[in-house]
Ligand binder design. Structure first.
Ligand code: ATP
Ligand code: MG
Length: 204
């Protein structure tokens, strides 16, 4: 499979980590780092989602704040970068648009879409799942409370990877800030300071 063997010359291997990143936390960063090593990726690009009207029943922080927190969190890692494509497209983000755009921007590159096991389980409900599988290899990573069950996707299109379990979610970080609890060490230091400076999540 694509995770086997040493890194080889040839096509560039680009990981794609989509997310709301409201805020980005160490669970996201560890997942990206583990998949980059296991799949011999040259780079992982973090792609914050565009601004939806709502994410289920709460309002999402401004795209610019989520983008900047993602830049702060990834800046020190030469293998990590951040893309504005979903933010600049506007509206709700569909993974198929993200992958089509990244394909056009990155010729001669194999894309590896990294997603949590919770999100991967919903892949079957994505309308364009056949096209998605043709655009990228999908990698589901463990997260606490979610099991890596094969959601019945086409053979060869999906891999499941165990990453060290970090029981961190953006939701929990937001709740902690609203309650005045610390989020040190759950998110990078620069992200703690940015949340404080911009007074994010205080009124939730
Ligand atoms: P929220 O609580 O707002 O849903 P989140 O913590 O799930 O936020 P997202 O931005 O929605 O963060 O997640 C982006 C991707 O990262 C998703 O595919 C999600 O499954 C995955 N992910 C989030 N937290 C973890 C974690 N602790 N370990 C592994 N993967 C994670
Ligand atoms: Mg989530």
């Amino acid at each position: 499979g694509p995770g086997d063997g040493p890194a080889r010359a040839g096509k560039r291997r680009l990981g794609v980590m989509g997310g709301t990143f409201d805020p980005i936390h160490h669970g996201h960063l560890v997942a990206a780092s583990e998949v980059a090593a296991a799949f011999h990726l040259d780079e992982v690009v973090f792609v914050p989602t565009g601004q939806p009207w709502q994410k289920s029943h709460r309002s999402v922080s401004p795209a610019e704040d989520r983008y900047l927190m993602t830049v702060i969190a990834t800046a020190e890692n030469p293998q990590f970068s951040v893309s504005r494509i979903d933010i600049d497209r506007g509206g709700a983000t569909y993974t198929v648009d993200t992958l089509r755009d990244l394909r056009a921007l990155n010729p001669d590159t194999d894309l590896f879409f990294i997603t949590g096991a919770d999100a991967l389980a919903q892949i079957l409900t994505w309308r364009d799942s056949e096209e998605l599988i043709s655009l990228a290899h999908f990698i589901g990573v463990t997260r606490p409370g979610h099991h890596l069950n094969d959601p019945g996707l086409p053979e060869g299109g999906v891999s499941l990877v165990e990453v060290p379990a970090l029981a961190i979610s953006s939701t929990d970080c937001r709740v902690r800030v609203a309650k005045g609890d610390p989020i040190w060490y759950l998110v990078p230091d620069g992200v703690v300071r940015y949340i404080d400076k911009r007074e994010l999540y205080r009124g939730e």
